[in-house]
Design a protein around this ligand. Sequence first.
Ligand code: C2R
Length: 162
Amino acid sequence: MSKVGIIMGSTSDMPIMEKAIEILKSFDIEVDVDIVSAHRTPEKLFDYAKNAHNRGISVIIAGAGGAAHLPGMVASLSPLPVIGVPVKSRNSIDGWDSVLSILQMPGGVPVATVALDGALNAGILAAQIIGSGDQKILDTIISYKEGLKQKVIDGAKQIKKA
Ligand SMILES: Nc1c(C(=O)O)ncn1[C@@H]1O[C@H](COP(=O)(O)O)[C@@H](O)[C@H]1O
């Protein structure tokens, strides 16, 4: 079964990245979580990115803050789709440093960048990529979206009652 690889530059990114882990687990999708830093553990980064597709991983979510080179470097070395999560870390320039580092990739090496701290959407997007070739996951996404719609409808009803 398809797995999603979730990596982040530091344990300090975990409070944000755990939103991707939680939503994928709630969709019954296996996750493989690790801390990998392009700057601090370059050899581990190389090994991870070169081998993820041989370990049953289908999509990689990479989150990092500041000079966030991790998602782009993984995308440069891996044939898998990479979703980048810009993390607003301590000492960041309002998160812009991370957003621009991940977003502005050169042609030929895409990183699908979500919003600042957007790990939830990264998890959903990873599930949708897997779901495009897996009917069970696709059905899960369909009912998730149905739930979102229902919440809005119920919220509107509450407001009308009040
Ligand atoms: N951007 C990167 C990379 C990388 O891109 O390789 N490695 C760590 N970091 C980021 O540094 C921030 C501060 O890390 P610490 O809290 O460990 O000092 C984190 O948000 C991490 O993602």
